[in-house]
Design a protein around this ligand. Sequence first.
Ligand SMILES: Cc1cc2nc3c(=O)[nH]c(=O)nc-3n(C[C@H](O)[C@H](O)[C@H](O)COP(=O)(O)OP(=O)(O)OC[C@H]3O[C@@H](n4cnc5c(N)ncnc54)[C@H](O)[C@@H]3O)c2cc1C
Length: 415
Amino acid sequence: MKSVIVVGAGPAGMLASVAAAGAGASVTLIERNPFPGKKLRITGKGRCNVTNNCSPREVVEAVTANPKFLYGAVNRFTPSDTIAFFENAGVPLKTERGRRVFPVSDKALDIQQAMIRRVREAGVRLLCDTRVTALTPPDAPGEPWTASAVWKEKKQLFTADRVILATGGVSYPLTGSDGDGHRMLRDLGVAVTELKPSLVPIETKENFAPLAGLTLKNVVLTAWLGESAVFSEMGEMLFAHFGVTGPLVLSASANMQKRPVSEYGMTVNLKPALTPEELDRRIRSDFEKYAAKDFVNALTDLLPKSLIPYVVKQTGIDPRKKTAEVTKEERQTLAGVLSGFRIAPKAFRPIEEAIITAGGADVREIDPKTMEVRRFPGLYVAGELLDVNAYTGGYNLQIAFSTAHAAGLAAAAED
Ligand SMILES: Cc1cc2nc3c(=O)[nH]c(=O)nc-3n(C[C@H](O)[C@H](O)[C@H](O)COP(=O)(O)OP(=O)(O)OC[C@H]3O[C@@H](n4cnc5c(N)ncnc54)[C@H](O)[C@@H]3O)c2cc1C
């Protein structure tokens, strides 16, 4: 029987423990917080979008960094397996828009509690309030790994045949994931790619603070690098004191990773349901209605009030010009701004505010079948600590589960 230490009791660490114990290993799961799954509890705005009810291929398509690496793991532990895992653990699930899967109770707490229950039922030894600080590889083949840890300011040493590192990314560090795993990997000489925020709000060059709280629904957000559209989707976004956020913006940010974000542009089609002809007809009819008013007052039926000055500014038309005097060219300029309202990104919000950490353990160092670090037999990496991440929609938890399952089984396997 193999002994396995799992470091970090997030979704990846808990699932890896259950898989390893189920495959016959003696498992010790070590968590620095007083309880497991602190981040899990705040996922999906407290509802936990636990997976996406789609095929393994579609999960891979939603992965923005290193999709090929994930292919085998997600085929061996699929979204259907995740759904079965939680339903068998007594948490009924439902599928919502975009095939996002949530607990029927809408409580992330139920997902966290089910995982803890499964950990206990599997006979895993769970040690909380214990922070692992270093990993020491075996001196010779057949010797154990050593994990140095601190419990109540006392140093502890744990030994095991195998170690699974599942300490998460560096976003929302108050949940316990603040980069210990990356440091331990670097200390061993394992490459870690640059850590960047992803699924993150964006600060803008223009001051949108007066619009803070304004939500735009059913708009199309496009992100550009030069002339190429790197992202374009319909959905919801909102303005904030620093710039823009909301589902569309978070998803766009995952596609704005190759260059500094200030080199990208963003446009919003505020009227995507209208064809150019329909939009022109609509503008003309509003202009007839408000012919005697100033141009700035002719847009109240078309746009939220607070957005009007920003749109007018981008048209370059004098806001005090009488609507009846607006020329055809100016009308066309307005139509252009309505279908391509420009937003200039300045910076991502700090990584602490990102839903996901882009970057992590370099996948070239890791066997995609077992999650074992190639140069360190017996050491496995799972979850967000890996340089693999995806859009919102439940895919990131699925990545955590699939990679953890692979690592758990491999760590429990006899030589
Ligand atoms: C606000 C928010 C909402 C999200 N919503 C969703 C969603 O709805 N759906 C979705 O798919 N994804 C969502 N995500 C992403 C998802 O939460 C993560 O991808 C997932 O939690 C990663 O799992 P993990 O187990 O790899 O890491 P984590 O969940 O970060 O767990 C790592 C664990 O390791 C512990 N740890 C760290 N260092 C040590 C150490 N030295 N010793 C011992 N323990 C240690 C930490 O305390 C933590 O418990 C959300 C993220 C955030 C921040």
